[in-house]
Design a protein around this ligand. Structure first.
Ligand SMILES: Cc1ncc(COP(=O)(O)O)c(C=O)c1O
Length: 541
């Protein structure tokens, strides 16, 4: 399909699409709304062809407006159009205090359909802002306008500043959020070129977005991947990945310790599609071998580290073994982050993340992604284009921003978690600590080899019973009692309640969830504060 193959090769420059009527700069289209009929600016006879004419054109902006334009509108393609309309409306309001020297508004000027600006010299938008220290906005260059089809307020509100091309400012330091659901074509030839693969476009918002591509490129770079597909959530990424890569009749191997909803999907939904599953203990490599020999296994899927016990599989070993039987390996690396674990370099075919966690890092966005070879990810992408769980471009921006501090956050979280894991392990009111950075962890030797840090989450069992764990959480002051993990704010939860309450105690015991288990996600708060808070809460039980 033209769409899916094209989305990956789009240049991501944020230049607006070239427009045959547009020479690259905002136009001085200033309609008058006072009479209900579109009016033009005084353009010296209604038709401006000399550069001298346009250079004298002064647009007056309302107070504060220019500052808003520089801070917001210049970052966002569509806001430029809005800015022009608002500025025009204000400039043309007879009650507004336009200085006498300003000749921008002429109520007797020609109707809009008379406008035919072809070439122009610099247009200066003179910001007469009382409270702005940097109030001048200069648009330099020429302009062109033929807008006889835009006569009414409604049409102007929708199309002014945009339909004939846009003055896109590309010098914004940050990545613009491109809020669009569709991408247009200049003419039918361009559309046919696109269908034939000679013109790049996303075509439709479900098939891609320039802001999201920036986030994907960042993730590919961090994962060492050819390709990344961002999606609406980690759960959706798992589902689409499995639907895309495992055929009806296929067989999946997964591990006992695992995010509950993923397990539910694998064990209850996939069988309806004729896909069967074998669940092994994360350390049980003999079972892995025998399952690979017994079944035609399509996919091995495991978290590393796992949720919530932070068990680790030997990614290199498992990948080699699975590949020798023709099975793909997908590792959910959410707990590790690409900072601590280069999952693809260790041999996995696909790395999957709930980007909701450390990647976003601020507890304010849901997202998921898969990274891997172009060949594999394009299969997932094709399925995703049908299922449609698209990441909103605003969420993509939050991921881009979040990732700029990922290395700093993870460094701090690794350090805090390791130090606290050691303190907790020595504490008389803690029965057991699960953290891959501790020598007592059953896969510490593996974690040491495949991770450069052990992550920001520590799971531990408090001494006593269910009520002790509950009381411990209620005595904490800093962390939020909430699901999720990986953000700047510390989060704590008792999995028996937060994620497994409905199973009742026997059901929880069956899936290995202990009543006294605590999962603690360390944020970026000061270590000493967190330590004191935890020690005080332990003292209270
Ligand atoms: C390891 C792991 N993978 C995937 C998910 C699902 O991600 P999301 O909540 O973004 O759908 C979670 C959720 O907690 C998780 O812990």
């Amino acid at each position: 399909m033209a769409v899916s193959s094209c989305a990956r090769v789009l240049p991501c420059s944020f230049d607006c699409r070239p427009d045959p009527h547009f020479t690259g700069n905002p136009r001085p289209e200033i309609p008058s709304f006072s009479s209900g009929k579109a009016r033009s600016l005084p353009i010296h006879g209604g038709s401006l062809r000399s550069s001298a004419g346009l250079s004298s054109l002064i647009l007056k902006f309302p107070p504060n407006f220019v500052r808003q334009l520089s801070n917001k509108a210049r970052r966002n393609c569509s806001n430029i159009g809005v800015a022009q309309v608002v500025a025009a409306s204000w400039s043309n309001n007879p009650s507004s205090a336009v200085p006498a020297s300003t000749t921008a508004v002429n109520p007797t000027a020609a109707p809009l359909d008379d406008i035919d600006i072809v070439h122009g010299s610099p247009v200066v938008a003179d910001g007469d802002c009382s409270d702005s220290t940097n109030s001048n906005v200069q648009f330099k260059g020429s302009a062109a306008l033929k807008a006889s089809f835009l006569r009414s307020n409604g049409s102007l509100a929708v199309h002014a500043g945009e339909r004939l091309g846009r003055g896109i400012v590309t010098d914004a330091l940050t990545t613009p959020i491109v809020n669009t659901s569709a991408y247009f074509f200049q003419n039918m030839d361009q559309l046919i070129d696109f269908k034939e693969g000679h013109h790049d476009s996303f075509e439709y918002g479900r098939y891609g977005n320039p802001t999201t591509v920036v986030a994907e490129e960042k993730l590919s770079a961090l994962e060492g991947a050819e390709s990344t597909q961002l999606m609406a959530s980690g759960m959706y990424a798992s589902i689409v990945m499995m639907f895309a890569l495992v055929p009806a009749g296929g067989h999946i191997i997964t591990t006992t310790d695992c995010y509950r909803k993923t397990r539910i999907f694998i064990e209850t939904i996939l069988p309806k599609m004729g896909i069967t599953v074998t669940v092994i203990h994360p350390a049980d490599m003999e079972s892995l071998k025998s399952t690979l020999e017994k079944h035609d296994v399509t996919l091995f899927f495991a978290e590393c580290p796992t949720n919530p016990y932070l068990r680790c599989i030997d990614i290199q070993f498992v990948s080699k073994l699975c590949h020798s039987h023709g099975a793909l390996v997908c590792v959910d690396g959410t707990f590790a982050t690409p900072m601590n674990q280069k999952t693809l370099a260790l041999g996995a075919d696909i790395v999957l993340h709930s980007a909701t966690k450390f990647i976003g890092g601020h507890n304010d966005v849901l997202a998921g992604y898969v990274s891997g070879s172009e060949k594999i990810i394009s299969e997932v992408r094709k399925m995703h284009h049908i299922f449609g769980g698209v990441l909103n471009p605003n969420a993509a921006y939050l991921l881009i921003r979040g990732m700029k501090t990922l290395h700093l956050r993870v460094q701090q979280q690794n350090l805090t978690a390791l130090r606290m894991a050691e303190i907790l392990e020595a504490h008389p009111k803690v029965a057991h600590v699960h953290y891959p950075g501790l020598t007592s962890h059953p896969e510490h030797h593996i974690a040491k080899q495949q991770m450069t840090g052990f992550g920001g989450v520590v799971s531990f069992e408090v001494d006593g019973d269910f009520l002790n764990a509950k009381k411990f959480i209620d005595n904490l002051k800093i962390p939020y009692n909430a699901p999720s993990f990986g953000g700047c704010e510390s989060i704590v939860d008792q999995p028996a309640v937060m994620s497994y309450w409905d199973l009742k105690e026997p059901g929880r015991a069956k899936v290995g969830i202990k009543e006294t288990l605590i999962r603690f996600s360390f944020g970026v708060e000061d270590f000493e504060d967190l330590k004191d808070d935890i020690l005080n809460a332990l003292a209270a039980i």
